[in-house]
Design a protein around this ligand. Structure first.
Ligand SMILES: [Ca+2]
Ligand SMILES: [Ca+2]
Ligand SMILES: [Ca+2]
Length: 626
């Protein structure tokens, strides 16, 4: 009986082998396509996607490389194999070959020398001024990629859900503008290769949309063809660095785009949480993520559910997924020299993965910094996700920074809507919940929210105050492209409008003073004065935030390095205000009259250790003890 069974199994195997071996192997994709010598990530785990890989042997052609034992999936569509790179392997092209009895296939692999870390992988700090650019909507510097052959028909400037032509060249072209504004780091929305077709799954206003925003990758190792190429990206990083501007990449590790080839053919059975037909829907019950009493089952919908019910949720608990994603992050940094990462949808990915991810990033690039997107207005919630300490889950995620959404909403309420200003110091009073509040990224606008100027009650005066606050309070200030002109846009994607002057046929060019309207020029100059003061006055970058005076519509604070202080006073009221507060702990001289460095017409004098400030209506003033 046993013998017969064995015989039957053998026959089946032989039939399989015969039917399979009829077709030669074919390689469709090799991830990663390159790596550098002397990396801590050695071996590198290769993922080869293709066809007819059953019983395949994998070899590498060229010096300094060695392969481990390959694993082939059942369908013969993926191979995982470790690649060992000798420290002295000479840089240059190699090949990976896949061979079966039916033939062989070859894919190029490049060995790189490590980039010189001087002036690269710099991280970011409170000394920086960040500027968020949505690549597609900033400037079209290369018309030849507006309607690329691989993805025809997705370009239409009249359709707000289509590509508008902005690209990496457009960013390179306008680095001098950003320099003039005082920007020291650019956060670019994702440049991953997004799907080459219309999105028929996520309808917008009942019509198909495109991935112009970049958050729906079809290839984590590709640059979107509407934006440029890997070579153009490297040119951008190099040119920006020469101009003293850092580059921050927007990454996504929670999900893929809906048309990623993995969706129909996952590399492992547990690559995604669920599959296209059967998966949970993200319920956004985010509070359960930091609830010490919640059972894991309660967290599943939020951690494993598909975002908006159509973005395939990657399962970072699958060790192959984890390794793929960690290597992907290292690869972008290591091959381009970029300086920081803004991580999308941070809270929907397990802390255990983030710990390993952060450890790998910091081991390879110690000065590198990461800011996570936890879109929540509650400090209790948001602060849970910052690294630097272990909580009840026994895990330190290692996350450096967060987008400061708990401060974003009060900024909008106070300066746009005119609600009480004291909501801001009330929020800042919760800073002790963070392991480090000085590195939080503060903002008054971003690509997922309506523009400041489209809030009910918003005025240019209010927008100036919001900028004055963001650029002088603790943290790393982040500007949103076009907010320096007071651009409008009440929702997504009107909040992602085209920068005037960045596109062919634009009636005016707001990148130049001559092309700006009067109120735009005023606002631009105001922000420029703020970034200049931030550069000139050290306390504004590194000083401790000290709250000195709080009333319903007036707020004064200092940024102090020992006794060296810069005092900021804000009047959010529709009438002038006179306020007085103790400054004895700082190096102000008795009888001293102070000049408002912002030039808004405020006056201040020191007597009896008190600073007395007269503020015009809706104004901010900056006084330095030096
Ligand atoms: Ca273009
Ligand atoms: Ca594409
Ligand atoms: Ca998830």
């Amino acid at each position: 009986m046993i013998l017969i069974r064995s015989f039957v199994i053998c026959v089946i195997c032989a039939t399989c082998a015969l039917s399979v071996s009829a077709q030669p192997p074919e390689i469709l994709k090799l991830d990663p396509p390159s790596w550098w010598t002397r990396s801590f990530a050695n071996p590198v785990r290769l993922l080869i996607r293709g066809r007819n890989f059953q019983n395949a042997r994998v070899q590498v052609v060229g010096p300094g490389l060695r392969l481990g034992t390959p694993t082939v999936n059942e369908r013969g569509t993926y191979i995982f194999v470790d690649l060992f790179i000798a420290p002295n392997a000479p840089p240059g092209q190699r090949s990976i070959t896949v061979t079966t009895p039916a033939g062989s296939a070859r894919a190029p692999f490049e060995v790189l020398g490590p980039l010189n870390p001087a002036g690269r992988f710099q991280g970011f700090s409170a000394a920086d001024v960040l500027y968020l650019i949505m690549i597609d909507r900033f400037a079209d510097g290369d018309r030849s990629n507006d309607d690329p052959p691989q993805s025809r028909g997705l370009y239409d400037r009249k359709n707000k859900f289509y590509y508008h032509g902005g690209d990496l060249q457009g960013v390179i072209d306008h680095l001098p503008y950003l320099k003039e504004l005082g920007v020291t780091a650019i956060w670019l929305t994702p440049w991953y290769d997004n799907y080459d077709r219309l999105n028929q799954i996520e309808l917008k206003e009942n019509k198909p949309s495109t991935g112009f925003h970049g958050y729906n990758p079809q290839d984590f190792y590709g640059v979107e063809e509407h934006f440029g190429s890997q070579a153009k990206l490297r040119e951008l990083v190099e040119t920006a660095h020469r101009a003293g501007i850092k580059i921050i990449q927007d990454q996504v590790m929670n999900h893929t785009g809906p048309y990623h080839p993995w969706v129909d053919d996952p590399p492992t059975p547990t690559w995604f949480n669920g599959n296209k037909a059967h998966h949970l829907k993200n319920s956004f019950q985010t509070w359960v993520l930091h609830d010490p009493r919640a059972v894991d089952q309660l967290k599943r919908e939020t951690m494993e559910g598909w975002f908006l019910n159509f973005l395939p949720d990657l399962n970072q608990s699958d060790p192959e997924v984890s390794r793929y994603l960690i290597q992907n992050t290292l690869w972008w940094i290591g091959t381009t020299g970029l300086d920081g990462v803004r991580m999308d949808t941070w809270q929907y990915v397990p802390n255990s993965f983030w710990r390993n991810w952060n450890e790998a990033v910091k081991r390879e690039f110690p000065d590198f910094r990461v800011v996570g997107e936890v879109k929540d207005g509650d400090v209790v919630h948001t602060s849970f996700f910052q690294g630097g300490r272990v909580r009840f889950d026994k895990i330190d995620s290692g996350l450096d920074s967060l987008l400061d959404f708990p401060l974003f909403y009060p900024i909008r309420h106070a300066f746009a809507e005119g609600k009480p200003l004291d909501e801001i110091p009330k929020t800042l009073a919760k800073d002790y919940l963070y392991s480090n509040s000085e590195i939080l990224v503060t903002l008054l606008g971003g690509h997922d929210d309506g523009r400041f100027m489209s809030e009910k009650g918003a005025t240019i005066e209010g927008l100036k105050l919001a900028n004055a606050f963001v650029l002088t309070t603790r943290g790393v200030p982040q500007l949103y492209y076009g907010d320096e002109l007071g651009m409008e846009g009440e929702d997504e994607p009107t909040t992602r409008g085209d920068f005037p002057g960045g596109f062919p046929g634009d009636k005016r060019n707001a990148f130049t003073a001559a092309g700006r309207k009067k109120h735009e020029q005023e606002l631009f100059e105001y922000i420029r004065r703020l970034t200049t003061l931030r550069r000139e006055l050290e306390p504004l970058r590194t000083g401790t935030l000290v709250n000195l005076y709080v009333a319903e519509q007036q707020y004064a604070y200092a940024r102090a390095v020992n006794r060296d202080a810069v005092v900021v006073a804000i009047n959010n009221d529709d009438k002038p205000a006179e306020i007085e507060f103790d400054v004895s702990r700082f190096a102000f001289r008795q009888g001293q009259s102070l000049t408002d460095r912002l030039g808004a017409g405020a006056t201040a004098s020191v007597s009896d250790d008190k600073l007395k400030v007269k503020l015009p209506k809706r104004s901010a003033a900056i006084f330095s003890s030096r």
